[in-house]
Design a protein around this ligand. Structure first.
Ligand SMILES: NC(=O)c1ccc[n+]([C@@H]2O[C@H](COP(=O)([O-])OP(=O)(O)OC[C@H]3O[C@@H](n4cnc5c(N)ncnc54)[C@H](OP(=O)(O)O)[C@@H]3O)[C@@H](O)[C@H]2O)c1
Length: 273
């Protein structure tokens, strides 16, 4: 049986869907089973209880374990769990302990390597789903405001991350690998805003603001710390002159092209209305 942590999240919910389609048995974790809306056929359990009996493989979302995954990992090894598939991050390519985007992911990766279990570290770049933060602006007809309008990123559909994670759970093909996952094209934020506008039928527009103003606004959001905000802004500034290259890994691993941002926007059009 597969244990899916963060099972109601962007990626986790789709991992659950992929495993069910493959006929696998799934235990899905949430802090609140009453509001989780997980599909029938899934065993639902509370995150705090973390029941491991009968579990052979774990999909681990670090959101659930920022306080430290060591306790879970030693319990998992004791229970005979064979494999952990970690939702890591492309940021982990930077081995600088001062990089607050990278360091926590590398820390969990190293703890998993040391656990003796089989592992796959799925390393996605920027999620297309991050643009859900623009819902209110686009829904109310206000401009989406952000810094570095010329910076490009390669937003990835959460279903493509989930498809790779499911492959890592269901087959031996990805054991001991760290696939770097991105969407298939490098886009600017104004281009993404336009594509969401086209999909949702809303008059969406982008307005560039300076990095200092952006920094102040980002610091007001939940879970944002100074070091994290600075790392995110450095990434954007760098991408103005150095646009990221799309990675071929989603297509190589799943056998189908990575979904475009236009496809993501069509799938989520209702979220912006
Ligand atoms: N966003 C990006 O661009 C990006 C890029 C690379 C890597 N990542 C990695 O992906 C992770 C986010 O994945 P995601 O978007 O699938 O996750 P998510 O949707 O933000 O969260 C997954 C689930 O975790 C539970 N959860 C949230 N906060 C929690 C907490 N403090 N304690 C316990 N449970 C909590 C929630 O479920 P319940 O409410 O049902 O418990 C939530 O639905 C990031 O943390 C990062 O490690 C993100």
């Amino acid at each position: 049986m597969f244990l899916i942590t963060g099972a109601t999240g962007n990626v986790g919910r789709n991992v659950v869907g992929e495993l069910l389609c493959a006929g696998a048995k799934v235990r899905a974790l949430t802090r609140d089973p009453a509001t989780a809306h997980l599909p029938g056929g899934v065993e639902v359990a509370r995150t705090g209880e973390m029941p491991l009996d009968g579990i052979t493989s774990i999909f681990l979302n670090p959101v659930v374990f920022w306080g430290g995954a060591d306790g879970l990992l030693s319990r998992a090894a004791d229970h005979g769990v064979r494999r952990v598939v970690l939702l890591s991050s492309a940021a982990a390519l930077d081995d600088d302990p001062a990089n607050e985007l990278a360091a926590p992911h590398l820390e969990i990766e190293r703890a998993i390597e040391a656990s003796g279990m089989e592992w796959t570290f799925v390393r996605p770049g920027e999620f297309a789903a991050n643009t859900l933060a623009w819902r209110e602006a686009i829904g109310t007809g206000a401009a989406v405001r952000g810094p570095y309008a010329a910076a490009r990123s390669t937003p990835i559909h959460e279903r493509d991350i989930a498809a790779v994670a499911a492959k890592a759970l269901l087959t031996d093909a990805l054991v001991g690998t760290r696939p770097l996952l991105t969407g298939p094209e490098a886009l600017t934020q104004p281009e993404m805003v336009r594509l969401i506008g086209a999909a949702s039928g809303r008059p969406a527009r982008f307005e560039e603001i300076g990095p200092e103003e952006a920094r102040e606004e980002m610091l007001k959001r939940p879970y944002m710390r100074e070091g994290l905000v600075d790392a995110l802004l450095r990434l954007r500034a760098h991408a103005v002159e150095h646009p990221p290259e799309p990675s071929p890994e989603v297509e190589r691993i799943t056998g189908r092209p990575a979904r475009t941002f236009a496809e993501w926007a069509a799938d989520h059009a209702g979220d912006f209305r």
